[in-house]
Design a protein around this ligand. Structure first.
Ligand code: F6P
Length: 369
């Protein structure tokens, strides 16, 4: 479809929220309006189209200049999001109360046509981008925008939301240093990040953690307690241990909090496990702080605002150029386009030989290996 035939586009935000979503929405809406297009937000991921009966005012919200005024700095997303109800595996309860998972992507494509939506800008992480890819293969014109505080998407140097999450975690580490040293305690700080250690690594190095445990480097708890004992012997009576929620011991598995219906497994609890083991082995008082959703809330920092705005504007430029089935990606100094198919191939894990890991090791930070 030539770009000139676009009259109405939709925007959706899917998966866990991340600081910067509203900035993407604002830039995309203003750019699209400049092209003469109407813009609609789909409420709560794709729920607005798949479960319209749940919305008294309709599952689509018209996004005008007025509606997106003053939202760049706001956390969350004005159109709502969800990390349930994946249209490719939509949970439906059968007559016996059992949950069946059905593919509703064809129905979704029909809903787009019914509402005369000529294109979609899908802002999300790996799950949302995989859905976007299927919709694009089914003939919908789709542009993906990479979002996640986890920074685990390949093909973009960074996702928006990540830097804000790291900055907040560093502020927490700074605060925890003073209380830890006053009490001579071990503070274990658990971060989000799913199966990648980016948040724990970047925040841990910047915030002077003594130990950083990430999924990419399975840990041996005696190496961790060894580091704490070495510090004690050197006269430092406290230690800060940063633990990614996906960290796991050598030969062990992830700590899964729960597996809600229609939702990927939720990690969480490794901080408690590590803290209990440290206290037991060292005899030192140990406390746990789980940063959790605090990392996702709040205002995006300047860096995230800027890349989010750039991504939103680039997504509309891509549509104008007649592109589809691509994701906008940060490739400094520019924003380029990569096929969605490639963008979702692999999770971006922390490379073990990356400069940040080398730096951490040079600083004496222990990875439990
Ligand atoms: O992917 C973003 C993320 O915040 C992960 O770091 C975390 O594991 C997950 O989402 C938490 O999901 P929920 O908001 O459903 O608890």
């Amino acid at each position: 479809m030539p770009a000139s035939s676009i009259k109405r586009i939709a925007i959706c935000t899917g998966g866990g929220d991340a600081p910067g979503l509203n900035a993407v929405i604002r830039a995309a809406v203003l750019s699209a309006i400049n092209c003469g297009w109407e813009v609609y937000g789909i409420r709560d991921g794709f729920n607005g189209l798949l479960l319209p009966e749940q919305y008294v005012e309709g599952g689509l919200v018209r996004l005008t200049r007025d509606r997106v005024r003053g939202i760049t700095h706001l956390g969350g997303t004005i159109i709502g999001t969800t990390n349930r109800n994946n249209p490719l595996e939509f949970p439906i309860q059968d007559a016996d109360g059992k949950i069946q998972y059905v593919d509703r992507s064809d129905e979704l494509v029909r809903a787009f046509r019914m509402h005369h939506l000529d294109a979609l800008i899908s802002i999300g992480g790996d799950g949302s981008l995989a859905i976007a890819n299927v919709l694009s293969r089914k003939g919908l014109r789709v542009i993906g925008v990479p979002k996640t505080i986890d920074n685990d998407l390949e093909q973009t140097v960074v996702t928006f939301g990540f830097e804000t999450a790291v900055a907040f975690a560093v502020e927490c580490l700074d605060r925890l240093h003073s209380t830890a040293s006053s009490h001579g305690r071990i503070m274990v700080v658990e971060t989000m990040g799913r199966y990648a250690g980016w948040i724990a690594l970047n925040a841990g190095v910047s915030g002077s953690a003594d130990v950083i445990l990430i999924p990419e480097i399975p840990y041996d708890i005696t190496k961790v307690t060894g580091k704490i004992k070495d510090r004690e012997e050197a006269g430092r009576n406290f230690s800060i241990v940063m633990v990614a929620e996906g960290a796991r011991p050598v030969g062990g598995s992830f700590v899964v909090k729960d597996r809600p219906v229609g939702h990927a497994e939720r990690l969480g609890g490794i901080g408690e496990k590590v803290a209990a083991e440290i206290q037991q082995i060292t005899g030192k008082e140990t406390r746990v702080v789980v940063l959790g959703h605090l990392l996702r809330g709040g205002s995006p920092n300047a860096y995230d605002r800027l890349i989010a705005l750039r991504f939103g504007a680039a997504a509309v430029r891509a549509l104008e150029e007649g592109q589809s089935g691509i994701m906008v990606a940060l490739d400094p100094p520019t924003v380029n386009y990569v096929p969605l198919e490639e963008a979702i191939q692999r999770m971006k894990a922390v490379p073990l030989d990356c400069d940040t890991i080398l730096t951490a090791r040079d600083l004496g930070i222990c990875f439990g290996d």
